[in-house]
Design a protein around this ligand. Structure first.
Ligand SMILES: *Cc1c(COP(=O)(O)O)cnc(C)c1O
Length: 432
């Protein structure tokens, strides 16, 4: 129904390559149970061990094919600013793809040791990674400035290149995410856990609102879903909005152990508003947001949203406690993002009673955040990163994911760190 510029065979070929040997046996298994009600949909069996692989393994193949189909002879130059997960997933997705090159900027002190190692050892002929002396906002602002600089555009044009982005409002990232909600439902039917047509609830740990919006689109396409449960960490702007109709970004920003959800402006929420309130009103809300940092939807819009979505948030203490109790009670090890969702799903069950099966999206491997997971389990954390992973493996009796294990034998390729000025970032972009 989507991406109809491609033939069925082209889409099938892209999908087979995207979700083949670079994933585990199953791309998106929904096999783990937490108690009677929760079913865990694991979205982290790809090459970077986080759910962004689900979209970023197929999107580069679609882009490369589109360049060929439209006869484009310039190279698409992908620029990414990352707080950790997106950069690595984009690098893995775009490495050695025809007609494309990619540069990733990350804040020198703003990513975890594991994330830094993942990016510094990145392979591929068409990739470059640069650290910025600054925070994520500096990286993001720097990249936006390059996109808006006509002089940069002209210089790249002369080199036979044009800029493109890989951020999460790109439809090429959203469309592939619809698929695994449908496959998860089909798997539960196949296993006899639900009957065909029976409604389920879906809980998603949410940052930019892309993953949960893809689940909503699956419902629009006919998937029998009762409610969507939006789970947030201490940055609970979405919890407040979905419960009160007021979106107010004038608030404290928290740095948490679920960093991929540390976000105050959820870009894809605009898409939901467009469905619920129409384009004109949405434009109005977005203008208010950029001018005053706050908007409020009308009560009838809020009612429509509340008919589909519930929202809960979970602070750091509850997140850590959930990692421990889920492991102790159900022998299931979650990463901090997934734990926020498990907690939200339990809060929803407590308020609304049992009944429907609840598919909880698990968005990262616990090994990607191994130190925080060890602390949550009440364990000490070894100095050496490899030891941290080994210790988690022996305590949890699970295996270190192969792509993370392999990092320790790779050589470091990217060590450059630059200051955050426009000139310096642009210099890096033009030099590569
Ligand atoms: C990006 C990310 C999220 C948030 O997903 P959105 O689509 O931005 O809402 C949650 N968990 C992990 C591990 C992520 O990398």
């Amino acid at each position: 129904m989507y991406l109809t510029d491609y033939t069925y065979d082209e889409l099938l070929d892209c999908a087979s390559k995207a979700y083949g040997d670079n994933f585990g046996e199953f791309a998106a298994p929904v096999s783990s149970f937490i108690g009677d009600d929760l079913r865990v949909l694991e979205l982290w069996h790809g090459p970077t061990c986080a759910f962004k692989d689900m979209a970023l393994q197929i999107m580069p193949r679609l882009l490369s094919l589109a360049l060929k189909k439209t006869g484009e002879d310039k190279t698409a130059y992908i620029l990414v600013a990352t707080s950790g997960d997106t950069g690595k997933a984009a690098l893995e997705g775009y490495k050695d793809v025809d007609g494309v090159k990619i540069m990733v900027f990350y804040p020198e002190d703003g990513v975890s040791d594991m994330q830094k190692m993942q990016m510094a050892t990145q392979e591929g002929k068409n990739v470059c990674v640069t650290a910025i002396k600054g925070n994520f906002d500096d990286a993001q602002t720097g990249v936006k400035k390059i996109f808006a600089d006509p002089d940069a555009k002209a210089k790249l044009f002369d080199k036979g290149e044009f800029l493109s982005s890989a951020n999460s409002i790109n439809w090429g990232r959203l469309a592939p995410q619809i698929v695994y909600y449908i496959s998860a439902y089909a798997d539960l039917v196949t296993e006899g856990d639900i009957s065909l047509g029976e409604k389920v609830d879906i809980t998603v740990p949410t940052g930019n609102f892309g993953n949960i919006f893809a689940a909503y689109l699956a419902k629009c396409m006919g998937l029998p879903v009762n409610r969507f449960i939006c789970a947030s960490n201490s940055n609970n702007i979405l919890t407040d909005f979905l419960n009160t109709g007021v979106y107010d970004r004038n608030r404290k920003f928290y740095t948490t152990i679920s960093p991929s959800m540390d976000i105050l402006i959820s870009s894809n929420l605009e898409r939901l508003l467009c469905y619920m309130a129409g384009a004109e009103k949405t434009k109005d809300y977005m203008e208010k947001l950029s001018k005053d940092g706050v908007y409020q939807v009308e009560s009838e819009v809020l009612e429509k949203i509340k008919a589909e979505f519930s929202a809960y948030c979970c602070d750091e203490e509850n997140c850590m406690e959930t990692i421990k109790s889920t492991f102790d009670k159900y022998s299931y090890l979650c990463d901090p993002h997934t734990a926020v969702a498990v907690k939200a799903a339990h809060m929803y069950l407590d308020e609304n009673g049992k009944g429907l099966k609840n598919i909880v999206a698990s968005t990262a491997s616990p090994y990607k955040f191994a130190s925080d997971v060890l602390v949550s389990l009440g364990e000490s954390v070894p100095e050496d990163l490899k030891q941290v992973l080994t210790k988690l493996a022996s305590i949890s009796k699970t295996e270190i994911p192969a792509p993370l294990e392999a990092l320790f034998s790779k050589s470091v390729r990217f060590t450059k760190s630059v200051d955050k000025s426009h000139e310096s970032l642009l210099g890096e972009v033009l030099a590569f």
